[in-house]
Design a protein around this ligand. Structure first.
Ligand SMILES: *[C@@H]1O[C@H](CO)[C@@H](O)[C@H](O)[C@H]1NC(C)=O
Ligand SMILES: *[C@@H]1O[C@H](CO)[C@@H](O)[C@H](O)[C@H]1NC(C)=O
Ligand SMILES: *[C@@H]1O[C@H](CO)[C@@H](O)[C@H](O)[C@H]1NC(C)=O
Ligand SMILES: *[C@@H]1O[C@H](CO)[C@@H](O)[C@H](O)[C@H]1NC(C)=O
Length: 392
């Protein structure tokens, strides 16, 4: 088993509403106020509308093709690949700056770090935010709880200056952990969510929106290059796309609904045979999830095709296995066996598909780091679309 496997995508809002409460922190007021949440409207587009949108986007996409030359406005921020299961980068918070190692997560919208309020023994192995040592720190009375697929986090909402490299978001709302579950032993001090404000549990303006509003970023895009096998070389870039990280065409895919990095997927196939997503399905592009996640029943079927026992195959057969093809917006994205079969220290190869047991009305897949090592990904808030291209 991959011990550091994570899935930070948050549960659907309907499910998590019940967790969203505001509490008086100082008074520990007993009056719990539920935040009214608007149900997200699904904005389905007809095929012709989608094509019109795509054509429009193609014509308006030229400004994104910047390179990371001196004077360009792209901030390229290094990430460290921890054993192909989680990618972390440094940010600083406060004045003087305190440094944290966080996951840059497209599956959630909130920033939080562990803090001195955290009493769990697991917090002692992390960098903890020491709010008393920051002159720009501002507290609030608000508490939050975030439900992730692989755990939950509870804490208090505060404000301070947050820096990602040379990008500074002043008075950024974020969370300080007080209690959590599912984060034990994970090699990061917090999470920096890069999804839409709509799915924020903390309720303040997320950091990317603030950087955009404060004029720190010239174009409202960011992109990920995730390195394979080696710790160094991965980056998240803000404000533009550095072409040197991908080859061939960058294909744009409109989001199903504004509010989540989720797109329509046509099918999943192997040797031209459809193996899942028969009638089309949804796919969330999620840098905070290690593997590829799908409905349990369908994942079991896929594992059966490999004759995999408990997710494992012998590494000696990996070179003979076919690729698994994800067709999105009419374009096939093959994931070769070398990418989906992960060699472990035990010497066996782990098939990187994992079943979820959550009932959803639509078939939903999560394309995590396993997929994103093969495909460079761009997240375009200006046009509400995702770009995918063959990673170098
Ligand atoms: C989500 O937020 C965006 C603004 O970022 C807004 O345009 C959109 O309507 C919201 N969607 C829903 C379903 O609330
Ligand atoms: C950087 O951003 C500024 C202000 O938004 C703009 O005037 C300038 O042309 C941009 N530079 C590049 C290389 O895109
Ligand atoms: C984060 O900072 C630490 C030292 O503070 C450094 O060793 C590490 O390489 C940095 N990580 C990245 C991804 O740059
Ligand atoms: C999911 O739905 C099916 C059928 O609608 C039901 O039999 C099953 O118990 C549900 N599973 C969970 C975990 O709710």
């Amino acid at each position: 088993m991959l011990r550091t496997q994570t899935s930070l995508s948050t549960w659907s809002q309907e499910r998590s509403m019940k967790w969203l409460v505001f509490l008086g922190l100082v008074a520990f007021s007993e009056c719990i106020v539920k935040i009214p949440l608007k149900r997200m409207q699904i904005m389905r587009k007809t095929r012709s509308e989608k094509n019109m949108l795509n054509n429009f986007m193609k014509e308006h996409a030229y400004r994104l093709y910047l390179t990371s030359s001196p004077g360009s406005n792209i901030t390229t921020h290094p990430l460290r690949n921890i054993k192909d299961t989680v990618y972390v980068g440094n940010i600083t918070i406060g004045t003087p700056p305190q440094e944290f190692q966080v996951v840059f997560d497209t599956g959630s919208s909130d920033l939080w770090v562990h803090s001195v309020f955290c009493t769990s023994q697991f917090c002692s192995s992390h960098v903890l935010f020491r709010h008393r040592e920051s002159s720009t720190f501002r507290s609030t009375q608000r508490r939050f709880r975030i439900q992730y697929r692989s755990g939950w986090m509870k804490g208090v909402v505060v404000h301070d200056n947050v820096r990602i490299g040379d990008l500074v978001s002043t008075d950024q709302p974020f969370g300080l952990s007080m209690e959590h579950s599912g984060f034990e032993g994970l090699p990061f001090d917090g999470v920096l969510g890069l999804s839409y404000p709509n799915i924020s549990f903390i309720g303040g303006i997320p950091i990317f929106d603030n950087l955009k509003n404060q004029g720190a970023i010239s174009e409202p895009v960011f992109a990920f290059y995730l390195s394979k096998s080696k710790p160094e070389g991965s980056v998240v870039m803000f404000g533009g796309v550095d072409k040197s990280y991908y080859q061939g065409t960058l294909n744009w895919v409109p989001l199903i609904q504004v509010g989540k990095w989720r797109v329509h997927m046509d099918r999943i196939s192997m040797n031209s045979r459809v193996i899942a997503c028969n009638d089309g399905c949804e796919a969330t592009v999620d840098t905070g999830t290690s593997l590829i996640l799908g409905p349990g029943r369908l994942v079991d079927n896929i594992l059966r095709l490999f004759g995999a026992t408990e997710h494992y195959v012998s590494c000696s057969v990996v070179n003979t296995l076919p690729s698994i093809d994800f067709t999105i917006n009419g374009i096939k994205y093959p994931v070769p066996a070398q990418a989906y079969a992960i060699k472990e220290s035990s010497g066996d190869c782990f098939i990187g598909f994992r079943g979820t047991r959550v009932n959803t009305s639509t078939e939903t897949w999560i394309l995590g780091d396993l997929f994103l090592r093969v495909y460079f990904s761009v997240f375009d808030r200006g046009n509400d679309r995702v770009g995918l291209a063959q990673a170098v």
